[in-house]
Design a protein. Structure first.
Length: 328
C-alpha cells in the first residue's frame, strides 16, 4: 500500500482511519464533500492531502483515484432511512467510485459495510451467515456489495468487504446525545448487539488494506451486550445522563408520523421507523471472526474497556456529528 484514498474522511470512522494512517507514516488522500467539515482534518496537514469530491460526481472521483493503489471507502449517507433515499449515495455513489478505481488501476478496495445486511438473527453470525436485510440501509449495503463484487471480479482487484457492527467512540452520534444529557432508547433494550470501538474498527480496515484482503466478513469485539448493558456502563462513568425508554410501538408510531416531514428535507435523520427496527434487532458476531484471519486482537475487547476510554476522549475536543451538522 503506497498511496491510499479515504472517502468519508470527515465522518466519525473516517477521521479515525485518517489519523491512524498518518501515524503509520502514510500520506492519505482524504475526500471531502462538505468543505466546512475539512476543518476537522486540518490538524493532519501536511501529513495528509485534502481533496474536494462527491460520490455522486463521477468526474471528480476520477481525479480522486488518480495515482492511488488502495481505496478505503467509508463515504455515504450513514443513516437508517428509506431505501430510495439512500440508494443514490450508498449504491450509485459506491459504484461510481469503484468504476473510477478500476479505470485508474487501483489494486485494493476496502468497503465498510454493515452488520445490518443480516437483518434480525437469533444465531451467532459468521462469514457463512446468509444476508437477509430488514431495513433500507441493509438492503442498500447488500446491493452495493454485489455491485462492487462484480466490478472487482471482472478487473482482478482485491475487494475486502468489512461488515461493521455498532461502532462507538467519542465522535459517535450516541455519545453526542449522552453529553446533551439524555438518550432515548426505542424498545426494551434487552436485545443483544455486537459493538466495536472506533479505534479497533479503523485498525481492521487499514489492516485489510495493507494485507490485500479479499472477501467479506462480519467483525465485532469479543462480547456482545444488550443496549441496557451498554448504557449502564456509560452511567458508571457519567451518571448525569438519562436513558429514556420508549416502547417500541410508540417509537414506531412517532417516527412514522415524522416521515412526511423528513421526506421534504435533505437533512439526514435518525428519528425514523428504520432506525427503531435497527435498535431492536438481535445481531451478534462470532468471537475472533476476521481478527484471527489478520493475526490481530482488539485493543478494546469489550465495552468495559472501551467505554471508559471513550469518556476520557470526549474531553479532548469539540465535535459535530455529520447528522447534527445542518450546513449544506
Amino acid at each position: 500500500m503506497q498511496q491510499v484514498l479515504v472517502t468519508g474522511a470527515t465522518g466519525f470512522i473516517g477521521i479515525e482511519v485518517a489519523e491512524q494512517l498518518c501515524r503509520k507514516g502514510f500520506k492519505p488522500r482524504l475526500l471531502v464533500r462538505r468543505p466546512h467539515r475539512a476543518n476537522f482534518l486540518h490538524g493532519l496537514l501536511p501529513d495528509a492531502e485534502l481533496m474536494q469530491g462527491d460520490l455522486e460526481g463521477p468526474l471528480g472521483l476520477a481525479r480522486a483515484v488518480e495515482g492511488v493503489d488502495t481505496v478505503i471507502h467509508l463515504g455515504a449517507r450513514a443513516v437508517f432511512e428509506e431505501y430510495k433515499r439512500l440508494r443514490s449515495s450508498i449504491v450509485d455513489g459506491s459504484t461510481f467510485l469503484m468504476r473510477a478505481a478500476v479505470a485508474a488501476g487501483v489494486k485494493t478496495f476496502v468497503y465498510a459495510s454493515s452488520m445490518l445486511v443480516y437483518g434480525a438473527n437469533s444465531g451467532v453470525i459468521d462469514p457463512g451467515t446468509p444476508v437477509a436485510p430488514m431495513t433500507g440501509y441493509g438492503r442498500a449495503k447488500v446491493e452495493t456489495e454485489a455491485a462492487l463484487r462484480t466490478l472487482a471480479e471482472a478487473s482482478g482487484m482485491n475487494l475486502a468487504i468489512v461488515r461493521l457492527p455498532h461502532v462507538y467512540g467519542a465522535r459517535d452520534f450516541i455519545f453526542g446525545q449522552v453529553h446533551r444529557g439524555r438518550v432515548i432508547l426505542p424498545g426494551s433494550g434487552r436485545n443483544l448487539f455486537s459493538h466495536l470501538h472506533v479505534q479497533d474498527a479503523a485498525r481492521l480496515l487499514i489492516a485489510a488494506a495493507e494485507n490485500g484482503r479479499h472477501g467479506s466478513s462480519p467483525v465485532a469485539d469479543d462480547l456482545a451486550v444488550s443496549w441496557n448493558d451498554f448504557f449502564d456502563e456509560i452511567r458508571n462513568y457519567y451518571p448525569h445522563f438519562r436513558r429514556i425508554r420508549m416502547p417500541r410501538w410508540m417509537a414506531l408510531a412517532g417516527t412514522c408520523m415524522l416521515t412526511p416531514f423528513h421526506r421534504l428535507s435533505r437533512q439526514p435523520s435518525m428519528s425514523t421507523p428504520q432506525a427503531v427496527r435497527a435498535w431492536n434487532m438481535t445481531l451478534t458476531v462470532k468471537k475472533g471472526v476476521f481478527w484471527d484471519e489478520l493475526g490481530l486482537k482488539p485493543d478494546y475487547p469489550t465495552i468495559h474497556e472501551g467505554i471508559p476510554a471513550v469518556m476520557d476522549a470526549c474531553l479532548q475536543f469539540r465535535w459535530i456529528h455529520s447528522i447534527d451538522d445542518h450546513i449544506a
